[in-house]
Design a binder for this molecule. Structure first.
Ligand code: ADP
Ligand code: ADP
Length: 239
């Protein structure tokens, strides 16, 4: 079944910058899809439109049966629990521990009384602990985020996204700041999250080799347009 569908999505910044022009594609449940393309192609804009961090200028984005573009505030919150975000620069709270970052990342948490006081219940703690251990961070649970390596930070970012039990992860250049070893660890985890847990991944990558190795499908974007959409073995030198 189709989880995400983009229909004629365009995005214009200001008067002159057309970041996306008539983008069409869909992603099936349980697919691992990479978006590749040069810097400035519109990849990041694309992901930000999908979870409504920004508004598309025109077109429709259907996620899990809802039109993302017309969702009201309340439904938007629900949408964002279903879509986990992973960032190039991790976006962790530096002074908080790995564990607190994961717990704190839960949507709506910061606006609750417990959230203000930093109190978490036992179930949530256990869930965070299991996720961190599953990601190989058993030794780092109480370390401050700013004392972790880049690869460890990104794994905390993944745990923070997973604690909401999302249907899909949107990953914006998740390995662009990492060395080859950490990159492999992160890509292996992301791939496993799709293969073993059925969570759909849509990943912006500028490393074509990683896209080829890990993806079920690759979408090539250039100057705001989809220029390729197919399996890794259909990639030729032309794009
Ligand atoms: P990519 O992620 O592929 O590098 P982006 O989506 O970041 O591409 O950018 C696509 C185009 O939109 C680029 O020309 C970029 O300069 C422009 N752009 C991105 N964000 C903004 C913004 N907030 N305001 C104006 N222009 C932007
Ligand atoms: P194993 O012991 O087989 O390695 P784990 O449960 O320890 O399995 O987790 C391994 C991988 O599965 C990690 O990449 C982790 O991110 C992912 N994972 C663990 N729990 C979940 C979950 N609830 N949802 C999605 N992915 C998960």
């Amino acid at each position: 079944t189709v989880l995400l569908e983009l229909k004629n999505v365009s995005k214009q910044y200001g008067k002159d910058t057309k970041a996306l022009s008539d983008v069409n594609f869909s992603v099936k449940e349980g697919e691992f899809v990479s978006i590749i393309g040069p810097s400035g192609a519109g990849k990041s804009t694309l992901l930000r439109c999908i979870n409504r961090m920004i508004d598309a200028s025109s077109g429709d984005i259907i996620f899990d049966g809802d039109n993302v573009c017309t969702l009201g505030k309340k439904n938007l919150k629900t949408l964002r629990t279903k879509i986990g975000m992973i960032f190039q620069h991790y976006n962790l709270v530096k002074r908080l521990s790995a564990m607190e970052n994961v717990l704190h990342g839960r949507l709506g948490y910061k606006s609750t009384f417990a959230g203000v006081l930093g109190i978490y219940n036992q179930d949530e703690k256990e869930k965070a602990l299991n996720l961190l251990e599953g990601l190989g961070l058993g030794e780092q649970i109480y370390k401050r985020a700013d004392q972790l390596s880049g690869g460890q930070k990104q794994r905390v970012g993944i745990a923070r996204a997973l604690i909401q039990e999302p249907k899909m992860l949107l990953c914006d250049e998740p390995i662009a700041s990492l060395d080859p070893n950490s990159s492999k660890v992160i890509m292996d985890h992301l791939r496993n999250i799709t293969t073993s847990y059925g969570i759909t991944c849509l990943v912006n990558l500028h490393q074509v080799d990683a896209a080829l190795k890990y993806s079920d499908r690759i979408i090539g974007v250039n100057q705001g347009k989809v220029v390729f959409d197919g399996a890794p073995d259909e990639i030729t030198d032309e794009i």
